[in-house]
Design a protein around this ligand. Structure first.
Ligand code: SAH
Length: 264
């Protein structure tokens, strides 16, 4: 096919058959499941998926590729292609009867983080997600406290999902060859959050505040939201930095903020 890969759409097409097989194997597809692929490109994952899944919905932004995919896979009756921007797509519309979707995609790296957060807004209808991302982003998603990779993305993703790095994918597996290493991550939304949070928005705010000045102690970075004593009262050392704080502790900090009486 004479499709010129478009940089603005984050197009890096997978061509390594072993990697493709490993991804499809990791998807653990079972009978009767509904799958959604984001960014099908030239169908590297679409084709093996179509052979295994009961139903596949594809969301692809590039209209030329949509036309090409429709033609290439016209003989499959289990495929529906949506010519749409995944960032604005209502994924819950694909799961009308309370069924759960299995989402898969070699995501365009420039939109991967906002896209994951967009999907997390509809976690109720998502069984699991298998994504190819920049390795550095996978490291951040799966990171535990006390390391450089640990940050806002780790805390928020782990609030919503169990996260699991599966394997790395080298640049040569793609065409064109990207400049960075990639990795496959599995995200499984928790049926019940691992910690109790009164207001997720406030959790997000507190986490952002704490990490916006990574090098500062909580006493300083959270100054606008909580006093040193209020932090200490939660049993948290105010001299620690954001990167030392677990999800459970962030939940305590956020709940303290949301439970504070509003004083004018
Ligand atoms: N899955 C294919 C293609 C990966 S490249 C493969 O593994 O080879 C990423 C794909 O996502 C491209 O096809 C690109 O056009 C598409 N894409 C980019 N931005 C998108 C968006 N906002 N919504 C849906 N698809 C998008």
């Amino acid at each position: 096919m004479a499709h010129q890969a478009r940089k603005r759409f984050g197009q890096n097409f997978l061509h390594d058959q072993n990697i493709i097989n490993n991804i499809i194997g990791s998807a653990m597809i079972r009978d009767g499941e509904n799958w959604v692929e984001i960014g099908a490109g030239q169908g590297a994952l679409t084709e093996p998926l179509l052979k295994k899944v009961q139903h596949l919905d594809v969301v692809e932004l590039d209209r030329d590729l949509v036309t090409w995919l429709e033609h290439k896979f016209s003989s499959y009756t289990n495929l529906k292609i949506y010519s749409a921007d995944a960032l604005r797509f209502d994924f819950s519309s694909l799961a009308p009867n309370g069924e759960k979707l299995h989402v898969i995609g070699n995501l365009p790296y420039n939109i991967s983080t906002p896209l994951m957060f967009h999907l997390l807004e509809t976690t109720d209808c998502i069984a699991d997600m298998l994504f190819m991302l920049q390795k550095e982003v996978v490291n951040r998603i799966c990171a535990q406290p006390n390391g450089n990779s640990y940050g806002r993305l780790s805390v928020m993703m782990q609030y919503y999902c169990a996260t699991e790095w599966l394997f790395d994918v080298p640049p040569e597996s793609f065409n064109p060859v990207p400049q960075v290493m990639s990795a496959i991550v599995r995200l499984v939304p928790h049926s019940k959050p691992p910690v109790e949070v009164d207001d997720v928005k406030i959790l997000g705010q507190v986490v952002t505040e704490a990490f916006s000045q990574r090098r500062k102690t909580l006493r300083n970075s959270l100054k606008k939201s909580l006093s040193e004593n209020e932090i200490i009262d939660l049993g948290i050392d105010a001299n620690l930095r954001a990167e030392n704080i677990s999800l459970e502790e962030f939940a305590k900090l956020a709940n303290a903020v949301s439970r504070k009486p509003i004083i004018d």
